[in-house]
Design a protein around this ligand. Structure first.
Ligand SMILES: *Cc1c(COP(=O)(O)O)cnc(C)c1O
Length: 225
C-alpha cells in the first residue's frame, strides 16, 4: 500500500510540475511519519525516500534511533520547537521548518555544532491558532538573525488552514512565494532564502504550482485503499 501511494504521489508531483514547466528534481518530497511507526518509515526508506520528518522532538529521536543503520536519511523537524528542547534535537537534524522567534534562534546558535538549514515559518493566513511570524515582521526578523552563524535561512515555510478553499490556499502559497523572492533579493549571505516549504497531502499540487520546493506529505502516503 505504501509503495502504491508513494508511486501515485510521485506521479502527481511530476504532473503538477509539468503543468507549470518546473523540473520535478527541484521538489523534495519530505515524508511525514508522525502517524506511523518505524517499520512504515523504514518501508519508505527502502523504497528510496531520503527525507523524513516528524513534528515532535521525542518522536524524531525515537525514529532516528530505530533507523540508525541508514546514514543516508535527512531528518526534518517540522513542528514548533520549545527552547528547552533545542539541545536534545538540534544536532540530530538536517532541516528545521519552524523558526519563528529570535529567542529560539539564539538558543539554536548556542547549541548547534553545525549549521542548521532553517525555514522561517510565516503565518500568511492570519489564523490565530497558527505558529509563525506575521508577513510584515519578516524583513526585520531576518535582519535580527545576522551574525547567528549556525542558522542558515534557506527559505520560508507556511501552512494553509485545513478548511480553506482552493483559491484561498493558492493565494496563501503565492503570497509566501512573493515574500521568499523579496527576501532572496536582499542577497544576504546568511539568508539565501531560495526554498519554499509548503504543501501537505491535501494541497501539495497547488503548492508545487505556486513554487514549493519542499512538500511535507503524511496521510497520503499511508492511506489505505
Ligand atoms: C502533519 C504535518 C504535515 C503532513 O500533513 P498531512 O496532511 O498528513 O500530509 C505537514 N506539515 C506539518 C507541519 C505537519 O505537522
Amino acid at each position: 500500500m505504501i509503495a502504491e501511494n508513494l508511486h501515485r504521489i510521485e506521479q502527481e508531483i511530476q504532473e503538477s510540475c509539468a503543468l507549470v514547466s518546473r523540473n520535478p528534481e527541484d521538489i523534495t518530497m519530505v515524508a511525514v511519519t508522525k502517524s506511523v511507526d518505524s517499520n512504515a518509515a523504514n518501508e519508505l526508506v527502502e523504497l528510496g525516500v531520503t527525507d523524513l520528518a516528524e513534528n515532535r522532538v521525542d518522536k524524531l529521536l525515537e525514529k532516528k534511533q530505530s533507523l540508525s543503520q541508514n546514514q543516508q536519511i535527512k531528518w526534518h523537524l517540522i513542528g514548533n520547537l520549545q527552547r528547552r528542547k533545542v539541545k536534545l534535537i538540534i544536532n540530530e537534524i538536517d532541516y528545521f521548518h519552524a523558526l519563528d522567534s529570535l529567542r529560539l534562534a539564539q538558543e539554536i546558535q548556542k547549541r548547534a555544532e553545525h549549521q542548521i538549514n532553517c525555514f522561517i515559518e510565516v503565518n500568511v493566513s492570519g489564523e490565530e491558532s497558527k505558529h509563525g511570524i506575521q508577513p510584515k515582521e519578516l524583513p526585520s526578523f531576518i535582519e535580527e538573525l545576522e551574525g547567528l552563524d549556525k542558522i542558515n535561512v534557506i527559505g520560508l515555510m507556511t501552512m494553509a488552514p485545513y478548511e480553506a478553499s482552493q483559491q484561498e490556499v493558492r493565494d496563501i502559497f503565492s503570497t509566501l512565494k512573493r515574500l521568499q523572492e523579496s527576501m532572496k533579493k536582499l542577497n544576504l549571505q546568511y539568508a539565501p532564502c531560495t526554498e519554499l516549504s509548503m504543501g501537505m497531502s491535501q494541497d501539495f499540487k497547488t503548492a508545487i504550482e505556486e513554487g514549493a520546493t519542499f512538500v511535507r506529505i503524511g496521510t497520503a502516503l499511508f492511506r489505505k485503499g
